[in-house]
Design a protein around this ligand. Sequence first.
Ligand code: ADP
Length: 497
Amino acid sequence: MDTQPQTHDPYALAARLSGQHLIDGRMVPAVSGATFDILDPATGQIMGHAAKGDGTDVDVAMTAALRAQKDWARMPARKRGELVAACGRKLAENAEEIARLMALETGKALRTESRVEAGVLADVFVFYGGLGSELKGETVPFNPDMLTVTMREPIGVVGAIIPWNVPLMLMALKIAPAMVAGNTVIVKSAEEAPLTVLRAAEIINQVLPPGVMNLLSGFGPDCGGRLVAHPKVGKITFTGSVETGRIVTRTASDKLIPVTLELGGKSPMLIMADADLDRAVAGAVSGMRFTRQGQSCTASSRIYVHEDLHDAFVEKLTAAVDKMVMGDPLDEATDIGAIISPEQFTKVNRYIELGESIPGTRTHRLSRMPTDPRLKDGLFVQPVVFTDIPADCPPAREEIFGPVACVFRWTDYEEVLAAANNSEYGLAATVWTSNLHTALDATRRLDAGFVQVNQNLVVQANLSYGGNKSSGLGREASLEAMLEHFTQKKTIIFNMT
Ligand code: ADP
C-alpha cells in the first residue's frame, strides 16, 4: 500500500511517478520497459515520462482485474460505495498536490482550472460512493404463483479510455460508477496527460483492494486499441475524438460488447433580444472555456446574438477576454494557460489563419502573449473571437478544441434555431432570454443532450451528461449512468409450485 507523503513540488512528483503503471495494487514499469516523454506545454520542456504500455501490459492488467472482480462483486454494494466515497475524501485531502501536477502536465492554469478539476474528481467519488444501495432490481408481475425479479449485476472488467483535456474528471465519471456497481476497471490514460491521473490512481489504490483499479499509459492503437480488442473486457467507456470513437465502436461491435461514447461538440449559444447582456457575456466567457484554452467538447464556440445586442455583446465579450491573463499555469495570477501539444497548437493556429483569411471576417485577437523568457517556447495561443464570419466555413463548423469563438448576428428566430441545429454535433446548448415561452420553446427544439437557460455551468455529478448525433452514445455523471451503463439486468423466475 502506498503511503507517499503529499508534495507540492510537481516536478518532484512527476519524477517519482515517471515510467509507471498501476496494476494489481502496485506501481510497475511497462513489461517492455519502454517509456515515452511528456511535454510541459508552458515551457516546451520534457517534464517526465510515462510507461509505454502495449498488449502485454493489457494482458497483465486484465488478469489482475478479472481476479479482483470476483471478490469485489461479492462485497455488499453499500460497502463498495463506502470505499469509493473514502477514495473521494482521500483525493480531496490531496487535491492541491494533484492540481499542481495537473497544471504542470496539461498547461491548465492552477487557479482557474486545475484546482477546480481536482475538487470535482473528489466530489464525483463522494457522489457515487453514496449510491451503492441504489443498485436495486424490480419485482415483475408475471405469474401470481411465481416470484419474478430482476437483479442488477456488474458487467465484469470495464475498460475506460480517457482524453487529456479534463482527465481527472472524465476518469472519475467513468470509474466511480463502474466500481460502485461491482466492476473492476482498467483505465488507459491519454498520451499527453498520464501522470496526474496516475497520482490519483495511486491514492485510490490506498483505499481499494488490489486489482480493482488499474491504470495503463501508452499510445492509442497499441495500448487503448488492445484494451478494446481484449477478449475479456466486458465494456468500453470512451471519451475522445469522433474518429477514434468510430474505431473503438467498430471493434466493440464485432465483439458485441457495449460502449459509451463522449465525443466532440460545437455547442451553440442562442442570445435573444430580451437577454440580460452582462449575464450572456459572462456565460460566453465561461461557456467558451477560455480559461481552458477552449479545450472542451462543451465549449460554446458558436454564439448567435440577436442583431439588437450584437455590437454591444461583441464589445463587452472582447473587453472581458482581453483582460484575462495568459501565462505560467502554476502562477496564481494566470487565467489562461498553454495548449496541450504541438499537434493541437498547429491545428488551432491553422483554423485561426483560415478564419482570418476569409474576406469580411473580423478577427479579434485578445489578451497578451506571456513575456516571461522561461515561457518563450510554450504553446500559447491568444484567444480569438471571429465576427462577421460565414456560418459554413470550417472554423465555424468544425470542432477546433482551442480558444476560438465565432459570433454570428441573427434576426429571425426560426432561422437561428435551424442554424444552431445544423451541426453534426449535439452535445450542449444554451439559451439566453427573459421570456419563459421562448425558453420553453427553444430548449424543447434544440438538438442537444444538455441545454441550459441563462447559465453555462460545467458538468456536475448528478446532472446527466452526454450528446446526440456525432457527440456520442449514452450518458454519464448521474445515477442512471451507473445503472444503465455499468450493470446488466438479470431476470429470475422462482417457480416453486
Ligand atoms: P484527441 O485527438 O483528443 O487526442 P483521441 O480520440 O485521439 O483524441 O484520444 C482519446 C483517447 O483515445 C486517448 O487515450 C488515446 O490514446 C486513445 N486512442 C487513440 N486511438 C485509439 C485507438 N485506435 N483505440 C483505442 N484508443 C485510442
